[in-house]
Write a protein that binds this ligand. Structure first.
Ligand code: FRU
Length: 486
């Protein structure tokens, strides 16, 4: 039997034994075991809350629990007791993803309970509630599920029905849910006056590849934004078949009307299932899971005892063309230490910048390309490995490649099929400007005023974490960089 007590004991025992070699220092990551999606991102009792899909018994996915962190500033986080274990008939196979909401001074979690059907490897998915007075200890409702398979519209799968995004409306509450219907992935909307009695309100979005997951909807800059994960997406278009996409539009008769084709939220190799909140000062802040279902985690195969981390919290805005822009929240600047400047350094042949080395670093680099057609920045570098960020001026492509960096993310350590990703971006005034974060085994890159965000994992075998730059003809480099300390 999976209980909260057992999960907590297991976590406390395992956290002493992990190998921290690839552990990030300032990105949120599971103390031990496995974690995937951010869940229940919210604000209650004067603190931010972030929960996460979590398996305490191994560093691979397993019966899902909810782990829990809280924070006053979205930067310094505190571990809280495990919030939920799959310990009821209605969630016996797992407490899958969901969101949180405050109502009348109490904190509610709405999540997907996964219950065996009685047939081998077959599970019903339905929506359940848990509530808390103190924001730390949660009690599941005895009359769960609150939205079950009898409330699905015709043609919707009873096995693929998950990830409730609950929110307050003028009339009460509504929830947007991922489902699989006659046209593939779809989002369904349910409404309620009290969070307890729910009614099917309609299909919110349709034709979303084979299956959709983890929807988020919010208002930003006068538009409605929809974020949704797709399984079976057009890999040619998006670089991978399982991706996180967004579009802008408006709502009409309870449905989302997109004004543009779906686009990637983050063009990196490792990003999925983000959630957002509105901060008290009105910023829309997003946190994603910095991993992907498409590869294994070396921290598991190497026996390090943990796997999974979150992206940095990012402030979202829309530019004048409705393109999503993401910038690391300004609170992160409080972690900067030991500032280093590189002033107008002329570079052509490969030049190491030892003053920028480090396992936990932030960089703001501006490269005057002059007449150069290409420039490469090598991070996590030792004599024989490097994480390459290359810009091709003619194609206006920024390319990230981890193929030369440490452990391939494959079961048998054979080369990864697609260890690279790309983003289209122009130079600004002839300069390539990159804002980058290195933290143990993650590199996050922000560029083009936040229109480009790329999160990718890499597991260098060496400990050097060096930096170098090379170009096909002379370029001029300026950089500000900081060690990042908690
Ligand atoms: C997305 C997801 C969700 C599900 C959860 C299970 O990564 O597959 O759809 O609720 O993970 O852990």
């Amino acid at each position: 039997m999976m209980t909260l007590e057992r999960a907590q004991q297991e976590l406390d025992a395992r956290r002493q034994k992990i190998n921290p070699c690839y552990k990030p220092g300032y990105h949120l990551s599971v103390p031990a075991g496995w974690h995937n999606d951010p869940n229940g991102f919210g604000f209650f009792g004067g603190r931010f809350h972030l929960f996460y899909q979590f398996h305490p018994y191994d560093s691979v996915w397993g019966p899902m629990h909810w782990g829990h962190w809280t924070s006053a500033d979205l930067v310094h986080w505190q571990d809280e007791p495990v919030a939920m274990a799959p310990d009821q008939v209605f969630d016996d196979y797992g407490c899958f993803s969901g969101t949180s909401i405050e109502k009348d001074g109490r904190f509610y979690l709405m999540y997907t309970g996964v219950q065996p059907t009685g047939e081998p490897n077959q599970y019903y998915q339905h929506q359940c509630m848990a509530e808390s007075a103190d924001g730390v200890h949660f009690e599941k409702w005895a009359d769960n599920p609150v939205i079950d398979r009898s409330m699905l519209p015709e043609g919707a799968s009873v096995y693929e029905f998950r990830d409730p995004k609950v929110e307050k409306t003028a009339e009460g509450y509504r929830v947007i849910l991922a489902s699989q219907g006659p046209n593939g992935g779809q989002l369904l909307c349910y409404t309620s006056k009290d969070l307890r009695e729910w009614m099917f309100a309609g299909v919110y979005a349709d034709h979303l590849a084979d299956m959709s997951e983890c929807p988020d909807v919010f208002e930003l800059g006068g538009k409605n934004v929809l974020i949704v994960c797709e399984i079976g997406a057009d890999a040619k278009l998006y670089g991978a078949p399982q991706v996180t996409l967004y579009t802008t539009g408006h709502e009409e008769n309870g449905a989302f009307c997109a004004e543009k084709p779906l686009k990637l939220v983050d063009q990196g190799l490792d990003f999925y299932a983000p959630q957002t909140i509105l901060t008290l000062d009105g910023r829309r802040v997003l946190i994603g899971w910095a991993l992907s279902w498409s590869h294994i985690m070396p921290t598991h195969t190497l026996g390090h005892g943990w796997a999974g981390m979150m992206t940095l919290p990012r402030e979202c805005t829309l530019d004048e063309n409705g393109v999503l822009c993401q910038k690391p929240i300004r609170e992160l600047q409080s972690l900067r230490r030991d500032e280093v400047h590189v002033e107008n350094l002329s570079v052509q042949t490969k030049t190491a910048l030892p003053q920028l080395d480090g396992k936990q670093r932030e960089f703001e680099i501006s490269i005057d390309m002059k007449d150069a057609r290409s420039v490469s920045l090598n991070l996590l570098e030792t004599d024989d490995e490097r994480f390459v960020i290359a810009y091709d001026r003619a194609a206006e492509i920024l390319r990230v490649d981890r193929s030369l960096c440490g452990y391939p993310l494959t079961e048998d350590l054979s080369p990864e099929k697609k260890p690279w990703c790309e983003a289209k971006m122009p130079l600004k005034d002839g300069r390539l400007k990159l804002h980058m974060f290195v933290d143990g085994s993650i590199v996050e890159i922000y560029a083009d005023e936040g229109r480009v965000a790329m999160s990718s994992l890499a597991f260098p075998k060496g400990e050097a974490y060096g930096v170098s730059i090379e170009a096909d003809s002379e370029v001029c480099v300026c950089a500000d960089s900081w060690m990042i300390g908690m």
